[in-house]
Design a binder for this molecule. Structure first.
Ligand SMILES: *[C@@H]1O[C@H](CO)[C@@H](O)[C@H](O)[C@H]1NC(C)=O
Ligand SMILES: *[C@@H]1O[C@H](CO)[C@@H](O)[C@H](O)[C@H]1NC(C)=O
Ligand SMILES: *[C@@H]1O[C@H](CO)[C@@H](O)[C@H](O)[C@H]1NC(C)=O
Length: 342
């Protein structure tokens, strides 16, 4: 009896120490949770506890709950960047529907289109809004630094625009309404969306494709100057501390325009080249003030478009992905559907 108990204790010890090796590296490392480990030997590791350890496959023929079909495809042969594409159940075979090019969050370090929560969220968005979604697996830190995610995102738009006539993707050829191309993302994905909406004003997409609207959910924006309502502990947060690694060449730090839309040398927000913007913030989110300030700055810039800013009461950062069944998530998806329809 006693020996059995000893064996069980030894086995549980082994199991525990194996687990701690995956999420706690041996050498002394500083954990910037949940994004990276910065180790004393100079190595930087992704926090694999939050990377998708069990990615979910695309749904073929379709997701049983929403009846949305999805597939993973390479969108750039050179970089091997891929995307997960979602097609809702359509009443007629050649029905054209809006397109949403979507970017997940994760401070440019973690997150993936194949993570369960993102997959569930986009199935709901695709079925509720009746929209074709392209969820881009842009390259991340620590393998790649900024601006690689921004360039991969622009590549994704170019791929989409080219697919308008090349027939490279049958879902896009048959169902994409190129008069209704939207971009959207949450957290770092919303930061990407901001940059794409500016870049669309200076760089031209193939086949005269224009971006109609931008959806920014709880955007990941920073600044060295705290706003009056911003918590004093703001610079102590992981999303703030991680930035100097994610962009080690950004001499302006958190005031680089990559992460601060009103940062040093940032272009005027009046240059944003979409017709309409929807910003979503969450009441309890550390990034709430940055998101509402963005809305104010866009208006003050004299930008010639329509902007809506919504706040989800009682919710925290990226609640719509983490809490798929909450009432506030249903409201958010409903507003997004309305935004994509008009
Ligand atoms: C540095 O430490 C990390 C964390 O333990 C380890 O994974 C990595 O292999 C080490 N690198 C070198 C070059 O020793
Ligand atoms: C900063 O965060 C650490 C833990 O990450 C905490 O121990 C410390 O008290 C925080 N400091 C401030 C000023 O909030
Ligand atoms: C949300 O609801 C669905 C269906 O009722 C359920 O399968 C799923 O586990 C729920 N998700 C969460 C995170 O609560």
């Amino acid at each position: 009896m006693e020996s059995i108990r000893v064996i069980i204790v030894i086995i549980s010890f082994l199991v525990l120490s194996c687990n701690s090796q995956t999420s706690n590296p041996n050498d002394p490392c500083t954990h910037i949770s949940p994004f990276i480990y910065v180790c004393d030997n100079g190595t930087i590791l992704r926090d694999t506890a939050t990377a998708p350890l069990d990615p979910v496959p695309p749904s073929s023929p379709h997701d049983p709950t929403t009846r949305v079909s999805s597939k993973d495809i390479i969108i750039n042969q050179l970089t091997q960047v891929s995307a997960r594409v979602y097609l809702p159940a359509l009443p007629s075979p050649n029905q054209k529907i809006p397109i949403l090019v979507y970017f997940h969050g994760g401070a440019f370090c973690i997150g993936s289109p194949s993570s369960l929560l993102d997959h569930v969220y986009l199935n709901k968005v695709s079925s509720t809004a009746n929209v074709l979604v392209v969820s881009v697996d842009y390259r991340r830190f620590p393998e790649y630094e900024m601006p690689v995610p921004l360039d991969d995102a622009w590549d994704a738009l170019q791929w989409l625009a080219l697919a308008k006539f090349t027939g490279s993707d049958p879902w896009i050829s048959s169902h994409a309404n190129f008069d209704k191309v939207f971009i959207g993302g949450d957290s770092a994905g919303a930061t990407i969306v901001h940059h794409l909406s500016l870049r669309a004003g200076t760089d031209v997409l193939p086949n005269d494709v224009k971006i109609r609207g931008a959806f920014l959910a709880m955007p990941y924006f920073l600044s060295s100057r705290l706003l009056p309502l911003e918590p004093k502990a703001f610079p102590n947060q992981s999303f703030y501390k991680v930035w100097k690694y994610v962009c080690s060449l950004c001499l302006e730090g958190v005031d680089h325009p990559y992460i601060n839309p009103a940062g040093i040398g940032a272009p005027s927000l009046s240059m944003i080249s979409v017709e309409k913007i929807m910003v979503y913030v969450a009441e309890k989110d550390y990034l709430r003030q940055r998101g509402t300030l963005y809305g104010d700055l866009v208006v003050l810039s004299g930008w010639d478009g329509e902007i809506q800013v919504f706040e989800a009461p009682g919710e925290d950062h990226v609640f719509h992905v983490f809490r798929p069944n909450s009432t506030n998530t249903k409201i958010l998806i409903g507003r997004l559907a309305n935004f994509l329809e008009n």
